[in-house]
Design a protein around this ligand. Sequence first.
Ligand SMILES: *Cc1c(COP(=O)(O)O)cnc(C)c1O
Length: 428
Amino acid sequence: MSEERQPGFNTLAIHAGAQPDPSSGARVTPIYQTTSFVFDDVDHAAALFNLETFGNIYTRIMNPTQAVLEERVAALEGGTAALAVASGHAAQAIVFHTLLEPGDEFIAARQLYGGSMNQFSQAFTKFGWRVRWADTTDAESFRAAVTPKTKAIFVESIANPGGIITDIAAISAVAKEAGVPLIVDNTLATPYLMQPKEHGADIIVHSLTKFLGGHGNSIGGAIVDCGTFDWIASGRYPTLSAPCPSYHGITLAETFGNFAFAIACRVLGLRDLGPAIAPLNAFLILTGIETLPLRMQRHCDNALQVAEWLTAHDKVAWVNYAGLPGNEFLALAERYCPKGAGGVFTFGLKGGYDAGIAVVSNVELFSHLANIGDTRSLIIHPASTTHRQLSDEQRDRAGAGSDVVRLSIGLEDVDDLIADLDQALAKA
Ligand SMILES: *Cc1c(COP(=O)(O)O)cnc(C)c1O
């Protein structure tokens, strides 16, 4: 390939960050199953610990298998750098640990993955961080929630579980006015369907557990630094713009420029909080990413067909799939993710809570479990599982009321999926 040519998305999904192993010639990135790495000499060790040279020390902080995964995710999202960690929740914890001080606030969409709502409203209060909720369908609600203590805004690109498409550009405008970074959880869309950086995201987080890994076999998370936020001009983020006591007073934003956020997340957040991804999981997720474009398109195509079929079913009250004609989010879907509206959506049963329990109990091909983004089709009744910790009001607002069933459509033959839902609905 000539120098100027920019590889396309399919090529990046297979090659970004990887090359034949220099010592063995292995074509596939090896699983570097080692805790630590031998220093060349004392000076090399000192330079590594001073952040004067970049290299492997200890797998909690960096590992060659993880590094390929990081470069690949950064390339697919168009970011300057990325950090791979143990889970999506670990990614979120590290992002906020890097941005917030005790007493600070952030604004989050209330249409979120149920676990993120718990993390933000319960666990984070122990760090002295306060979440203010806004409505992801209404950028003005974010503007109204801004206070002098606001340090970040957090949304999901396609909101879990409701099939909502967020107008990222409109919320990015609010973040810019407030002078805070916009964090986008791009788990449900993946960079195949949409790249949040193009719409004004500053930081992207992923649960690699879902579509990126794609096979339901490994938990992982990622943080992508878009390189767009000016930490020094802001001056409100001391972890980045003040001298760092654990690295001899260097200022990370001055030393590392447009990838300083990713570095801070690694050399402070990951070093001190510790949720490293296992090299084996990094390897499995890398293998999954190679087929991301093929899989995502099939997930979307199957989901649209199942959603269309459900719409016509007499036991189904409503179907919320943004790709359906007449859906309130169709225009946003066409603008933000024209290739498809993802593989996850919800529908409502006329029979309410009991009918939801009957459907999840009677499916045979769909698996009743709490995950999304597998090759296999998955089903869950959020009110009795993922969202059961929330109040009725919080559940309704999150799109997880008692009649709601969530599907994550897999890669099977779509006729088999429809036949399975048909027999389960007959028993509801
Ligand atoms: C699963 C999920 C998470 C959490 O990721 P884990 O890997 O399970 O920690 C966060 N956000 C979204 C949208 C998710 O689907």
